[in-house]
Ligand binder design. Structure first.
Ligand SMILES: NC(=O)CC(=O)C(=O)O
Length: 305
C-alpha cells in the first residue's frame, strides 16, 4: 500500500476558535495535495500551558467537543483519515491529553490518552510537570484504518521503546506521535527518538495463560519493529512570552531510520509518501528477528485481551 501522509506543523494561537479554523484550512490544503492521512500536533487547539489547559478542555464522550467536531467534518468531507493531534479532554473530574483518530466517514475510530506524562526538572533550564495537571492514560492504542494499522503515542510516549515494540507486535505498520518537544530537549533528542522507534527491533514473547488446572504455557511470537514513524509538532511560537517553546521539526522516518520528509521550526505542512512494501524489504535485508536472543530477554504484552 502506498499513500501520502501530511504532518500539519501549525502555529497555535491563544484563541481556540482561530486554531480550529486554521487547522481546518491546513487539513483542506493537505487533502488537496493528495494526502490520505493527515496528522495534527500535540495541543493544537490551545497553548500548551498548564495554566490555561482546563479552560480549553472538551468532553469528547458527551459530544461537546468543538475541536473533534471539526476533525470529524473534515475527515468525512475529504474522505481521509485524521490523527487528531491532541487536545485537553475533560472526563468526569479528570483532565487527559488525548488524541482522537477519525476515519473517512467522520467517526472516531480510536482515542488515545497520553500514557507517559512529561515530568522533567533540568536545573536552571526547564521545570515541567504534566502529571500535576493531567491524569495518566491507561492503555495502548492500535487502530485499523484505511491506510493501515497504526499505533498512537503522544510526545513523551515516544521515549519508551516497549510501547513501540508492543505496537509492532500487534501488527502496526506505522506509529504516529503528535508531539511537542521543547527547546531544551528537542535539538538532541527529537530526531534521535523518532529514528530509534523506527528501527527498534525485538523478539517478543506473549504469555498465554491457561487458567484451567493452573497450567501456564508460553507462546513465542517473533516480531520485528522496523516500521514507519511520523511525528507532528506545533510550529515554534516566536513570541518570547510563550510558556512553552516547541522545537518543531515534524518528520516522517522510514523503517531503515531514514528521514523521508521533515521541516524546520516554522509553520509548514510536511508531505511524505509511505510505501509499506519497504518494510518487508528492510526486514529481508537486515533480518534481525533471527538474531534476537529471546532466551535472554523478552517483552510481555500485559495489556492484550
Ligand atoms: N510534550 C512532551 O511530552 C514534551 C517532551 O517529551 C519533551 O522532551 O519536550
Amino acid at each position: 500500500m502506498r499513500f501520502k501522509i501530511a504532518l500539519c506543523q501549525m502555529l497555535v494561537s491563544p484563541i481556540k476558535e482561530k486554531n480550529i479554523s486554521h487547522a481546518r484550512s491546513l487539513i483542506r490544503g493537505a487533502a488537496q495535495k493528495g494526502a490520505k492521512l493527515v496528522v495534527l500536533p500535540e495541543m493544537w487547539c490551545c497553548p500548551y500551558s498548564m495554566k490555561s489547559l482546563r479552560d480549553h478542555a472538551e468532553d469528547i464522550d458527551a459530544q461537546s467537543a468543538p475541536s473533534v467536531s471539526m476533525l470529524s467534518e473534515a475527515a468525512s468531507h475529504h474522505k481521509i483519515t485524521i490523527i487528531g493531534g491532541s487536545i485537553p479532554e475533560m472526563s468526569g473530574d479528570k483532565l487527559f491529553n488525548t488524541c482522537c483518530v477519525l476515519g473517512p466517514d467522520g467517526e472516531i475510530i480510536a482515542k488515545h490518552r497520553k500514557l507517559h506524562l512529561f515530568d522533567a526538572d533540568l536545573p536552571g533550564d526547564l521545570n515541567f510537570r504534566e502529571s500535576d495537571t493531567f491524569a495518566y492514560g491507561d492503555g495502548p492504542t492500535v487502530v485499523d484504518t484505511d491506510v493501515g494499522r497504526i499505533g498512537i503515542g503522544i510526545c513523551h510516549d515516544n521515549r519508551f521503546p516497549e510501547l513501540a515494540i508492543l505496537y509492532r507486535s500487534r501488527g502496526a505498520h506505522l506509529i504516529c506521535y503528535p508531539g511537542a518537544f521543547n527547546m531544551s530537549t528537542g535539538e538532541l533528542l527529537w530526531e534521535l527518538m523518532l529514528k530509534s522507534r523506527a528501527v527498534d527491533n525485538q523478539v517478543l514473547y506473549m504469555r498465554i495463560v491457561t487458567i484451567r488446572y493452573y497450567m501456564m504455557s508460553l507462546e513465542k511470537f517473533v516480531v520485528l519493529v522496523q516500521l514507519f514513524v511520523a511525528a507532528c509538532s506545533p510550529a515554534r511560537d516566536p513570541d518570547v512570552n510563550s510558556d512553552y517553546m516547541t522545537w518543531g521539526h515534524s518528520s516522517l522516518v522510514g523503517p531503515f531510520g531514514e528521514i523521508i520528509a521533515t521541516t524546520g521550526h516554522e509553520e509548514d505542512v510536511v508531505i511524505g509518501e509511505i510505501d509499506y512494501s519497504i518494510v518487508q524489504t528492510v526486514r529481508e535485508n537486515l533480518p534481525l528477528e533471527s538474531q534476537k536472543r529471546g532466551d535472554i530477554y523478552q517483552v510481555i504484552d500485559t495489556n492484550r485481551k
